[in-house]
Design a protein around this ligand. Structure first.
Ligand code: ST9
Ligand code: ZN
Ligand code: ZN
Length: 338
């Protein structure tokens, strides 16, 4: 039944060239606002905040717990699914887990995975330039949410067309999600989460709907923090010349996606962090569990030696080798500088 966890350590360092400002900054480019998005996001946020108020005044405990569980499921659908599996191919999965992740991802409704992956691969290839959909050199607000209120920069569309997306376009599970996006995502993200509390434990319609909104905006904003806060605040132990940084707060909010300086340097590592066993990294634990039952395999990691070398060469000198698990012989060696 249980199988041992299989991991692949990439021994050859893929030289990750930092593509800083490959595309000229268009600081003066006029924004073309999409007013429909402004109105929709404003409604989602106001409704979600009202949902928060209802949690403290009239909601049933069952509704709050149910929504929190959905929050966790949806977030893992983004982190383990859209991000680590489909965008970065940092591990492989069997069909049942792929379908499960697609459903979990749909509960988060962050567009379809196909669109998400295209934007995310661009984000890595052209980080913080005009070709990055949520270019953080334009500030916190733009990279957090503002980019969704305006038309994309022409460079995003131009460079996006040059990406190899064949694995994603040919993926039947993702094609299903895109084909039935409106009814399917609508049902699992908004419809069922509202109906279940009403019909299963007699919650009021208004509580069920607004707490669904609360869960939804919490998922969105947690994800957005990776693009904003984790591209601005934190240390840069692996590459001091790039904006992505190590941000513990974001790691807590996103189940392990805030170790962002590491992630941009080693994007193929399924742990998205040097210390994959870190207790904040629930996503890694999720993948490890499925590797244990045999549904996930070929988990890619990076050797300690390669991390250390890269860190010494390009980091800001803040790598805390050994602090988190300093009892291991390997880390004791590192601390002593052997
Ligand atoms: C939402 C946001 O869903 C989801 C993204 C979240 C952020 C992910 C970041 C990852 C973080 C880091 C990882 C860690 C994860 C941690 C997770 C923790 C939980 N390449 O888009 P359109 C072309 S918000 C190539 O309309 P506009 C293409 O031809 C919630 N081409 O552009 C396309 O047609 P098609 C719900 C591209 O008109 C055409 O342009 N979502 C590319 O400029 C039109 O595309 C919403 O509310 C590309 N990358 O509009 C929707 N992009 O697609 C929000 C576009 O047929 N979005 N093209 O090929 C929009 O309304 C619009 O996209 C827009 C831009 C207004 C922002
Ligand atoms: Zn990534
Ligand atoms: Zn990033």
């Amino acid at each position: 039944m249980a199988q041992s966890v299989q991991t692949t350590t990439i021994l050859e360092q893929k030289e990750e060239k930092t593509v800083t400002l490959l595309v000229p900054q268009a600081g003066k480019r006029k924004f073309e606002f999409v007013y429909q998005n402004l109105i929709t996001f404003a409604y989602w946020h106001i409704a979600g905040l009202y949902g928060l108020y209802l949690c403290f005044t009239s909601a049933k405990w069952a509704t709050i717990v149910f929504s929190f569980i959905l929050f966790v499921i949806a977030e893992i659908g983004i982190t383990a699914g859209a991000h680590r599996l489909w965008s970065h191919k940092s591990y492989k999965v069997k069909l049942p887990l792929e379908i499960l992740l697609m459903v979990m991802n749909s509960i988060a409704f962050q567009n379809t995975v196909i669109d998400w992956v295209r934007d995310h691969r661009l984000h890595h290839k052209y980080s913080d330039t005009d070709a990055d959909p949520h270019n953080a050199s334009r500030g916190f607000f733009y990279s957090h949410i503002g980019w969704l209120f305006v038309r994309k920069h022409p460079e995003v569309k131009k460079r996006g067309k040059e990406l190899d997306m064949s694995d994603i376009y040919n993926n039947p599970v993702l094609r299903f999600q895109r084909k039935y996006a409106v009814p399917f995502i609508g049902a699992v993200c908004f419809g069922l989460p509202t109906l279940i509390p009403v019909y299963c434990w007699g919650e009021s319609w208004t509580n069920a709907w607004h707490i669904t909104m609360l869960r939804y905006i919490m998922n969105l904003n947690a994800t957005f923090l990776v693009n904003s806060a984790a591209h601005i605040y934190g240390k840069r132990p692996y590459d001091k010349k790039i904006l992505p940084a190590q941000n513990i707060g974001v790691s807590i909010a996103t189940f392990g996606e805030g170790f962002h300086n590491y992630h941009h340097v080693f994007p193929w590592d399924y742990r998205a962090a040097e210390l994959g066993n870190n207790s904040l990294n629930l996503t890694t634990k999720f993948i490890d569990f499925f590797a244990w039952i045999g549904w996930a395999y070929d988990l890619k990691t990076v050797s300690k030696e390669m991390i250390k070398q890269r860190s010494k060469r390009t980091g800001d000198g803040t790598n805390l080798w050994g602090l988190e698990d300093k009892d291991t012989p390997e880390n004791l060696k590192n601390i002593k500088g052997e």
